[in-house]
Ligand binder design. Structure first.
Ligand SMILES: Nc1ncnc2c1ncn2[C@@H]1O[C@H](COP(=O)(O)OP(=O)(O)O)[C@@H](O)[C@H]1O
Ligand SMILES: [Mg+2]
Length: 208
Protein backbone atom coordinates (compact mmCIF):
# COMPACT_ATOMS: atom_id res chain seq x y z
CA UNK A 1 0.00 0.00 0.00
CA UNK A 2 1.34 3.42 -0.97
CA UNK A 3 0.51 6.52 1.07
CA UNK A 4 1.75 9.87 -0.17
CA UNK A 5 1.95 13.16 1.69
CA UNK A 6 1.19 16.05 -0.62
CA UNK A 7 0.93 19.82 -0.34
CA UNK A 8 2.40 22.29 -2.77
CA UNK A 9 3.36 24.64 0.05
CA UNK A 10 6.72 24.21 1.76
CA UNK A 11 6.94 24.19 5.54
CA UNK A 12 3.51 22.70 6.21
CA UNK A 13 5.00 19.60 7.83
CA UNK A 14 5.03 16.98 5.04
CA UNK A 15 8.43 15.56 5.92
CA UNK A 16 7.83 15.50 9.69
CA UNK A 17 4.46 13.86 9.12
CA UNK A 18 5.96 11.24 6.77
CA UNK A 19 8.65 10.35 9.34
CA UNK A 20 6.33 10.04 12.32
CA UNK A 21 3.61 8.19 10.52
CA UNK A 22 6.30 5.80 9.33
CA UNK A 23 7.53 5.35 12.90
CA UNK A 24 4.05 4.51 14.16
CA UNK A 25 3.17 2.17 11.31
CA UNK A 26 6.51 0.35 11.68
CA UNK A 27 5.91 0.08 15.44
CA UNK A 28 2.54 -1.52 14.65
CA UNK A 29 4.50 -4.38 13.07
CA UNK A 30 4.25 -3.49 9.39
CA UNK A 31 7.22 -3.68 7.05
CA UNK A 32 7.78 -0.09 6.09
CA UNK A 33 9.69 2.00 3.56
CA UNK A 34 9.95 5.78 3.44
CA UNK A 35 10.42 7.24 -0.03
CA UNK A 36 11.83 10.71 -0.53
CA UNK A 37 10.78 12.27 -3.85
CA UNK A 38 11.85 15.78 -2.86
CA UNK A 39 14.96 16.76 -4.85
CA UNK A 40 16.08 18.56 -1.67
CA UNK A 41 16.36 15.16 -0.01
CA UNK A 42 15.14 16.16 3.47
CA UNK A 43 14.36 12.56 4.43
CA UNK A 44 17.76 11.44 3.24
CA UNK A 45 19.34 14.16 5.38
CA UNK A 46 17.24 13.13 8.38
CA UNK A 47 18.36 9.52 7.90
CA UNK A 48 22.04 10.51 7.61
CA UNK A 49 21.95 11.92 11.17
CA UNK A 50 21.18 8.45 12.52
CA UNK A 51 22.40 5.86 10.01
CA UNK A 52 21.79 2.95 12.43
CA UNK A 53 18.04 3.62 12.41
CA UNK A 54 15.77 0.74 11.47
CA UNK A 55 13.55 3.02 9.38
CA UNK A 56 14.45 2.51 5.73
CA UNK A 57 14.62 5.50 3.35
CA UNK A 58 14.96 5.45 -0.45
CA UNK A 59 15.48 8.53 -2.60
CA UNK A 60 13.70 8.93 -5.95
CA UNK A 61 14.23 12.52 -7.10
CA UNK A 62 12.54 11.80 -10.47
CA UNK A 63 8.80 11.08 -10.97
CA UNK A 64 7.95 7.47 -10.08
CA UNK A 65 6.46 5.30 -12.82
CA UNK A 66 3.67 2.76 -12.25
CA UNK A 67 6.29 0.06 -12.79
CA UNK A 68 8.58 1.48 -10.11
CA UNK A 69 5.58 1.77 -7.81
CA UNK A 70 4.72 -1.91 -8.27
CA UNK A 71 8.28 -2.92 -7.51
CA UNK A 72 8.35 -0.65 -4.43
CA UNK A 73 5.19 -2.37 -3.19
CA UNK A 74 7.04 -5.69 -3.19
CA UNK A 75 9.60 -4.26 -0.76
CA UNK A 76 7.23 -3.34 2.07
CA UNK A 77 3.67 -3.59 3.41
CA UNK A 78 3.45 0.17 3.57
CA UNK A 79 5.31 2.79 1.58
CA UNK A 80 5.11 6.40 2.71
CA UNK A 81 6.12 8.95 0.10
CA UNK A 82 7.21 12.48 0.96
CA UNK A 83 6.58 14.98 -1.85
CA UNK A 84 8.35 18.15 -2.94
CA UNK A 85 6.78 21.57 -2.29
CA UNK A 86 5.45 22.00 -5.83
CA UNK A 87 2.69 20.66 -8.03
CA UNK A 88 4.94 19.29 -10.73
CA UNK A 89 5.41 15.90 -12.36
CA UNK A 90 6.79 14.27 -9.25
CA UNK A 91 3.76 15.19 -7.16
CA UNK A 92 1.35 14.14 -9.94
CA UNK A 93 3.11 10.78 -10.16
CA UNK A 94 2.94 10.35 -6.38
CA UNK A 95 -0.82 10.88 -6.38
CA UNK A 96 -1.32 8.54 -9.35
CA UNK A 97 0.44 5.61 -7.69
CA UNK A 98 -1.11 6.06 -4.23
CA UNK A 99 -3.87 4.23 -2.43
CA UNK A 100 -4.09 7.16 -0.02
CA UNK A 101 -3.09 10.81 -0.37
CA UNK A 102 -2.87 12.90 2.79
CA UNK A 103 -2.84 16.70 2.57
CA UNK A 104 -1.60 18.28 5.81
CA UNK A 105 -2.96 21.81 6.24
CA UNK A 106 -2.01 24.29 8.94
CA UNK A 107 -5.07 25.86 10.52
CA UNK A 108 -4.52 29.38 9.22
CA UNK A 109 -6.64 31.02 6.53
CA UNK A 110 -3.63 31.59 4.28
CA UNK A 111 -2.65 27.94 4.43
CA UNK A 112 -6.22 26.77 3.91
CA UNK A 113 -6.54 28.95 0.79
CA UNK A 114 -3.13 27.81 -0.41
CA UNK A 115 -4.32 24.19 -0.23
CA UNK A 116 -6.89 24.90 -2.97
CA UNK A 117 -4.57 24.16 -5.88
CA UNK A 118 -3.33 20.97 -4.24
CA UNK A 119 -6.88 19.73 -3.65
CA UNK A 120 -7.86 20.63 -7.24
CA UNK A 121 -4.94 18.74 -8.69
CA UNK A 122 -5.67 15.63 -6.63
CA UNK A 123 -9.35 15.77 -7.56
CA UNK A 124 -8.49 15.95 -11.29
CA UNK A 125 -6.17 12.96 -11.01
CA UNK A 126 -8.82 11.01 -9.07
CA UNK A 127 -11.27 11.40 -11.97
CA UNK A 128 -8.80 9.71 -14.32
CA UNK A 129 -7.29 7.17 -11.94
CA UNK A 130 -9.57 4.98 -9.83
CA UNK A 131 -8.80 3.62 -6.38
CA UNK A 132 -7.26 6.72 -4.82
CA UNK A 133 -8.55 8.03 -1.48
CA UNK A 134 -7.70 11.59 -0.39
CA UNK A 135 -7.89 13.01 3.12
CA UNK A 136 -7.14 16.34 4.78
CA UNK A 137 -5.31 16.63 8.08
CA UNK A 138 -5.30 19.58 10.47
CA UNK A 139 -1.59 19.84 11.13
CA UNK A 140 0.47 22.09 13.46
CA UNK A 141 -2.50 23.34 15.37
CA UNK A 142 -1.45 25.52 18.30
CA UNK A 143 -2.56 23.71 21.48
CA UNK A 144 -5.37 25.36 23.40
CA UNK A 145 -6.65 27.46 20.50
CA UNK A 146 -10.00 27.29 18.79
CA UNK A 147 -8.41 27.73 15.40
CA UNK A 148 -8.45 23.97 14.82
CA UNK A 149 -12.25 23.86 15.01
CA UNK A 150 -12.56 26.87 12.72
CA UNK A 151 -10.10 25.37 10.26
CA UNK A 152 -12.12 22.17 10.24
CA UNK A 153 -15.20 24.20 9.24
CA UNK A 154 -13.27 26.01 6.50
CA UNK A 155 -11.81 22.75 5.20
CA UNK A 156 -15.35 21.43 4.61
CA UNK A 157 -15.33 23.54 1.45
CA UNK A 158 -12.97 20.95 -0.02
CA UNK A 159 -14.63 17.68 -0.88
CA UNK A 160 -12.21 15.42 1.01
CA UNK A 161 -12.88 14.08 4.49
CA UNK A 162 -10.86 15.59 7.33
CA UNK A 163 -9.29 13.20 9.84
CA UNK A 164 -10.71 13.46 13.36
CA UNK A 165 -7.19 13.39 14.78
CA UNK A 166 -5.39 16.72 14.74
CA UNK A 167 -1.64 17.15 15.11
CA UNK A 168 -0.56 20.02 17.33
CA UNK A 169 2.60 22.05 17.32
CA UNK A 170 5.03 20.35 19.72
CA UNK A 171 8.72 20.82 20.36
CA UNK A 172 9.22 17.03 20.62
CA UNK A 173 8.29 16.69 16.93
CA UNK A 174 11.11 19.10 16.03
CA UNK A 175 13.63 17.57 18.42
CA UNK A 176 13.00 14.05 17.14
CA UNK A 177 13.76 15.23 13.59
CA UNK A 178 16.98 16.92 14.74
CA UNK A 179 18.14 13.67 16.34
CA UNK A 180 17.38 11.65 13.21
CA UNK A 181 14.69 9.66 15.00
CA UNK A 182 10.96 9.13 14.84
CA UNK A 183 8.88 10.16 17.86
CA UNK A 184 8.36 6.45 18.54
CA UNK A 185 12.11 6.22 19.18
CA UNK A 186 12.79 9.71 20.56
CA UNK A 187 9.98 10.14 23.08
CA UNK A 188 7.39 7.38 22.89
CA UNK A 189 5.46 8.70 25.91
CA UNK A 190 5.10 12.27 24.67
CA UNK A 191 1.80 13.91 23.79
CA UNK A 192 3.10 14.36 20.26
CA UNK A 193 3.82 10.61 19.91
CA UNK A 194 0.28 9.89 21.17
CA UNK A 195 -1.16 12.16 18.48
CA UNK A 196 0.75 10.45 15.68
CA UNK A 197 -0.24 7.05 17.10
CA UNK A 198 -3.92 8.09 17.07
CA UNK A 199 -3.51 9.33 13.52
CA UNK A 200 -1.86 6.10 12.34
CA UNK A 201 -4.70 4.09 13.94
CA UNK A 202 -7.32 6.31 12.29
CA UNK A 203 -5.61 6.06 8.89
CA UNK A 204 -5.32 2.29 9.02
CA UNK A 205 -8.88 1.68 10.22
CA UNK A 206 -10.25 4.18 7.69
CA UNK A 207 -8.60 2.25 4.84
CA UNK A 208 -10.12 -1.13 5.68
N1 LIG B 1 4.05 18.68 14.91
C1 LIG B 1 4.94 19.68 14.82
N2 LIG B 1 5.17 20.51 15.86
C2 LIG B 1 6.05 21.53 15.77
N3 LIG B 1 6.77 21.82 14.67
C3 LIG B 1 6.61 21.04 13.59
C4 LIG B 1 5.69 19.93 13.59
N4 LIG B 1 5.76 19.35 12.36
C5 LIG B 1 6.64 20.05 11.64
N5 LIG B 1 7.17 21.07 12.36
C6 LIG B 1 8.15 22.07 11.91
O1 LIG B 1 7.61 22.76 10.80
C7 LIG B 1 8.61 23.06 9.85
C8 LIG B 1 8.24 22.48 8.51
O2 LIG B 1 8.17 21.05 8.62
P1 LIG B 1 8.57 20.10 7.43
O3 LIG B 1 8.25 18.73 7.88
O4 LIG B 1 9.96 20.36 6.95
O5 LIG B 1 7.54 20.60 6.32
P2 LIG B 1 7.57 20.40 4.71
O6 LIG B 1 8.18 19.07 4.44
O7 LIG B 1 6.13 20.50 4.30
O8 LIG B 1 8.39 21.53 4.16
C9 LIG B 1 9.90 22.49 10.40
O9 LIG B 1 10.59 23.53 11.04
C10 LIG B 1 9.42 21.45 11.39
O10 LIG B 1 10.35 21.25 12.43
MG1 LIG C 1 9.75 18.49 3.20
Amino acid sequence: MIISIVNQKGGVGKTTLAVNLAGMIQAAGKKLLLVDTDPQGSLVQWRSVNPKSLVRVSHYPKPLSQRQARSLEKKADCIIIDSPPALEKTTVANVQISRLVIVPVSPSPLDIWAANDTVDLIRKIMIRTKGITARLLVYRKIPGTRIGAEAREALKAYSFKVYKTEITQKIAAVEAMISGQTLTEFSPNSKSAAEFKALADEILSDLI
